[in-house]
Design a protein around this ligand. Structure first.
Ligand code: SAH
Ligand code: SF4
Length: 344
């Protein structure tokens, strides 16, 4: 029988495991503190754990973070971490510094099965879901890279569709936000981005997680969205927007809407007006993402004046809108550029 990976466990499950091995719950709490608070992933380095507990524990469990295969720095200060998984699959996470913030963009799946037309990850198809330890391991590895600055914010905007890996995603978030023995991140510093899986959005709204929600919208009409995003054929805009209007938000919380700007596809001022109309009645913040190019893609980024004109229409309609220039474009780490096949 293969040993339990401790990175797959909640702190409370580590307490249970300690009891199962004949120790006290306190030993489980120490274990969680070493891993999540101190970032220590070597049982032998946990100096205040009794030797016999470590020995019985090691017979049943181990700590297996995903292997960091390489770290690629970008000219803009961001860094891409490529992980090699146990079955040989690869995913990446991207660290993006911005003033006093350090944001980590996390992956949740190897590949993605949703096939959005403008997304490189989408061309891979889905290989498999990441498990909890592989998600948590991305944060541990990122924090280990820069001991002087810990990750302050997390966005689930890397490879894969987070809500299609619901159980692992929500468990990882519980570990990240557990204030008692987990990493202790505020849920408001965590954002989950989704292609628009309505039943999973509704389920997320019923949890007590309180993380931010970002919706990959990318078009304001079913005709355009349906061409870009196959998911729109299962959950159209009316269904999606109705679910979002019911989504529980904290007093000053908004829903983020991502809109990739594609030259002559969804970037006219009429498109912007349609978008403003669609967002009426929702507390919304729009992130415009100028398209990031990849080989063989048929899309192009619109010229800057068109991007700014689109933003202006939304701003004039009272919608908070920022243009998000992706980080790490030069190292294939920008939004929609993640595909790790063969190491360079
Ligand atoms: N699967 C989730 C999480 C990925 S987030 C989702 O789609 O929301 C990555 C964001 O980058 C999404 O909004 C995605 O639509 C966008 N994106 C994908 N390809 C892109 C590209 N080539 N240029 C700019 N943004 C892109
Ligand atoms: Fe998957 Fe998101 Fe890319 Fe669509 S945009 S293919 S959902 S990763």
């Amino acid at each position: 029988m293969s040993r339990i990976n401790l990175l797959d466990l909640l702190p409370s499950e580590m307490e249970d495991l300690a009891v199962e091995t004949g120790a006290s719950r306190y030993r489980g709490r120490q274990l969680a503190t070493w891993i999540f608070r101190k970032g220590v992933v070597d049982l032998d380095a946990m100096s205040d754990l009794p030797k016999d507990f470590r020995t019985t524990l090691a017979a049943r469990a181990e700590i297996r973070p995903p292997e960091v295969e390489r770290v690629t720095p970008s000219l803009d200060g961001s860094r891409k971490l490529v992980f090699r998984l146990e079955d040989g699959g690869r995913v990446s996470a991207v660290l993006m510094p911005d003033e006093d913030r350090l944001t980590l963009c996390l992956s949740t799946q190897v590949g993605c099965g949703f096939g959005c037309a403008f997304c490189l990850t989408g061309t891979m198809g889905l290989d498999r879901n990441l498990n909890v330890g592989e998600i948590v391991g991305q944060l541990l590895a990122a924090n280990a890279l820069s001991p002087d600055q810990r990750v302050t914010h997390m966005v689930f905007m890397g490879m894969g569709e987070p809500l299609a890996n619901y159980a692992a995603l929500t468990k990882a978030i519980r570990i990240f936000t557990d204030a008692r023995l987990g990493f202790g991140y505020s849920p408001r510093r965590i954002t989950v981005s989704t292609v628009g899986l309505v039943p999973a959005i509704e389920r997320l709204g019923r949890e007590d997680l309180k993380v931010n929600l970002a919706i990959s919208l990318h078009a304001a009409t079913d005709a355009i969205r349906g061409r870009l995003m196959p998911i729109n054929r299962s959950f159209d805009l009316a269904t999606l927007m109705a679910a979002l209007k019911r989504y529980p938000l904290a007093p000053r919380q908004s829903i983020f809407f991502e809109y990739v700007l594609l030259d002559e596809v969804n970037d006219t001022q009429d498109d912007a007006r349609e978008l403003a109309r669609l967002l009426r009645g929702v507390r919304a913040k729009v992130n415009l993402i100028p398209f990031n190019d990849w080989e063989t893609s048929t899309f192009r980024r619109p010229p800057l004046p068109r991007i700014l004109a689109f933003q202006k229409v939304l701003m004039n309609a009272g919608v908070t809108t920022t243009v998000r220039w992706s980080k790490g474009e030069d190292i294939g780490a920008a939004c929609g550029q993640l595909r790790e096949l063969i190491p360079a």
